[in-house]
Design a protein around this ligand. Sequence first.
Ligand SMILES: Nc1nc2c(ncn2[C@@H]2O[C@H](COP(=O)(O)OP(=O)(O)OP(=O)(O)O)[C@@H](O)[C@H]2O)c(=O)[nH]1
Length: 221
Amino acid sequence: MPQFTGILLSGGYSRRMGRDKALLELGGRTVIARLADELSKVAAGTVIACGEQEREAYRFLQLPQIIDRYPGCGPLAGLHAALYQAPTEWSVVAACDLPFASAEFMRYMMGSVEEPSRELVPNYNGDCLQVDAVVSVSNSGRVQPLLGLFHKRVLRVLEEALQGRRFRVMECLDALEVLYIPEAGFTGGPSGPSPLYNMNTPEDYAAALKLVSAPADDSSV
Ligand SMILES: Nc1nc2c(ncn2[C@@H]2O[C@H](COP(=O)(O)OP(=O)(O)OP(=O)(O)O)[C@@H](O)[C@H]2O)c(=O)[nH]1
């Protein structure tokens, strides 16, 4: 299994939430602290990818902060800056709007790049291609690139997109060899909220609070 750098994506404006999503509390911890804990279970080291303006607010985590090289350009810029600095070839990224992203789910994705030979997947011609990224797909069929694994070789595509002011992560995926990992195949974690639960609005936060306070599903009762 290759080593991974953990990237905690936590810049941006949280416009829809109206306040910093990363600092919202869920189950007695801030979202960013929850995710830092999960990443620490699977990554060789974790960095916070944020803008200059978030530096102070996240200092309490005592993690290295990687500041966007393209400020104000969204998640793609955070991913780009952190991959650029990452000491490992592969990184695992989790965004602060996915508060239930779990180490178990990250391990499940990592299984797909466990052995170097498995980095090669046959395409429709039967040729073997080298995987550049592994991204998750929710049960509703939504691709979620901000819980995924990225190899440093994607930097060229990311850099070109940022230079060309094309800021959509999904658009970059089109230029990469991507392995899509369905949430549906994930059976490894404790029952609970979906690791791909997406939290962007106050309503999403209210629903997330209910999810953490819901009693654990115990089928033995
Ligand atoms: N490093 C970095 N991370 C970002 C940036 N913009 C967004 N993110 C992170 O990427 C994830 C997805 O962000 P979005 O929901 O698309 O954007 P947002 O700015 O957080 O929220 P909205 O303003 O409501 O769109 C979140 O975890 C953000 O913390 C950015 O410019 N730099």
